[in-house]
Design a protein around this ligand. Structure first.
Ligand SMILES: [Zn+2]
Length: 444
């Protein structure tokens, strides 16, 4: 059975609306009157009425005087199809709380999850043990599925108040097939990855995602990704990629993504398209030109971008790749070693100079209860008169490496340029939150 989630047409009134009853005949179940209607097809918006029967729009235009069960006066408001959040991370959050309040209240009715190489499937009992434990800890639920079919069943059983479409995360796929190691897959392991991907695409996954700045996805050579993307191409699916680098080497990273798409013959989606750090901002226009050139050469490539100038990630990403090799305990051991710390510190110093200052690093979530008060504050403020590098080092050690941050690294002008680019879609890069329960943790 094909489990692809069909996107139902849905309507969102952009602000509070007045609801009235009083029609005598029942031609429509719902009549939305006099809203400025954006039809989602790119046509100029126009003031009109919308007649809905069941879950279908059955009439558009001047419907004054027509009968209905329920009538909404949308005069002075915009009416649009439900928004699609093309880059979301709500995979397990939707199981922890199916109401998806932070999304629904913004008009999002469809989320595409499984981005940045990270999906809660496949999960191997042994090789994914740490991932399973981390998910259970973070969301306080039993992770009792292991594959995409099991995940879909769980979502269906639980119920969810928006439409969900998914990608297969390459890091998750790699971890389940060969563990978290920094090495190339054997021929057998690569075949296993391809077979699982093939099955999941047949089951309805929209494509493959990578997170090439994160472990273990970052260990993949280009060739491994081309082989996997050939499976993607066979099923007309998409390769959505968080590039290998988004600052100093972002141009090379974009070239790699486009080369993978061209070699495999699949569509490419550049995730949260951006050039981080002031010194790299001039690259944005060149990056967009590169995408244009690839499109002219016949590659179907699009981008997505969130409408803010800060990115959100693990604090670990401030540290050099070599220091993050292995487990979090390995990272903490390196941070605790004076000689290693000096090398790490020099690297971090360069990153912070590129970001501007520690004012640009906001701590958003800390796992250890003793350091919770750090959430919502910049490192500059938290460190006060103390050395901010030593502060961050100690915070990482105290929280065993589990700290999240926002980095203010992008320009407002570039953000506008990317968002208004003809082939950009809007994605939040966020997971659904709630003002209570496990989804209320962290800031934001
Ligand atoms: Zn990402």
């Amino acid at each position: 059975m094909n489990r692809r989630r069909f996107i139902a047409s849905a309507l969102t009134a952009a602000a509070a609306s007045s609801v009235g009853v009083g029609c005598e005949r029942k031609e429509f179940d719902l009549l939305i009157a006099q809203g400025l209607v954006f039809d989602g097809l790119g046509n100029e918006p126009a003031v009109m009425d919308i007649g809905v029967r069941g879950d279908r729009i059955v009439a558009l235009g001047d419907l004054s005087g027509r009968s209905c069960h329920r009538w909404i006066n949308a005069a002075g408001m915009a009416v649009t199809p439900g928004f699609i959040d093309v880059h979301a991370h709500s995979d397990v959050a939707l199981l922890a709380n199916p109401n998806a309040e932070s999304k629904i209240h913004q008009g999002v009715t469809t989320e595409i999850c499984g981005n940045c190489g990270d999906s809660p499937y496949p999960l191997d009992e042994v090789r994914s043990r740490e991932t399973i434990a981390a998910l259970q800890r973070q969301y306080e639920l039993a992770v009792n599925w292991r594959d995409l079919a099991g995940y879909f069943d769980q979502v269906e059983k639980n119920g969810v108040c928006l439409n969900v479409a998914v990608l297969v995360g390459h890091s998750s796929l790699r971890e389940a097939a060969m563990g978290p190691d920094d090495r190339a897959p054997s021929a057998t392991e690569l075949r296993t990855m391809c077979a699982i991907l093939r099955d999941y695409l047949a089951l309805g996954a929209l494509g493959l995602s990578t997170g090439l700045e994160y472990k273990p996805g970052m260990y993949a050579e280009t060739g491994e990704l081309i082989d996997l993307c050939k499976e993607v191409a066979k099923q007309g699916a998409v390769y959505a990629t968080h590039l290998r680098n988004e600052d100093l080497r972002v141009e090379e990273a974009l070239d790699e993504a486009l080369a993978i798409g061209a070699a495999a013959g699949c569509r490419v989606q550049i995730s949260h398209f951006k050039a981080c750090q002031k010194r790299n901002w001039p690259k944005t226009s060149r990056l967009l030109k590169t995408v244009d050139r690839a499109r002219r050469d016949g590659l179907e490539v699009c981008c997505d971008r969130y409408p803010y100038t800060a990115y959100s990630t693990s604090l670990k990403l401030l540290f050099p790749v070599w220091s993050r090799a292995g487990s979090d305990e390995d990272l903490i051991a390196r941070l605790s070693n004076e000689r290693e710390w000096l090398k790490i510190r020099a690297f971090v110093q360069d990153k912070i100079e590129a970001l501007g200052s520690w004012e640009s690093v906001l701590i958003t979530r800390v796992s250890s209860p003793e350091r919770k008060q750090c959430e919502g504050q910049t490192v500059a403020r938290l460190a006060g008169d103390d050395d901010p590098y030593d502060f961050v080092r100690q915070l990482m050690i105290d929280a065993k490496g589990d700290v999240s941050m926002c980095g203010f690294a992008m320009s407002e002008e570039d953000t506008a340029a990317v968002l208004t680019y003809a082939h950009t879609m809007v994605g939040s890069d966020g997971d659904s939150l709630a003002p209570y329960g496990v989804l209320s943790r962290g800031m934001p």
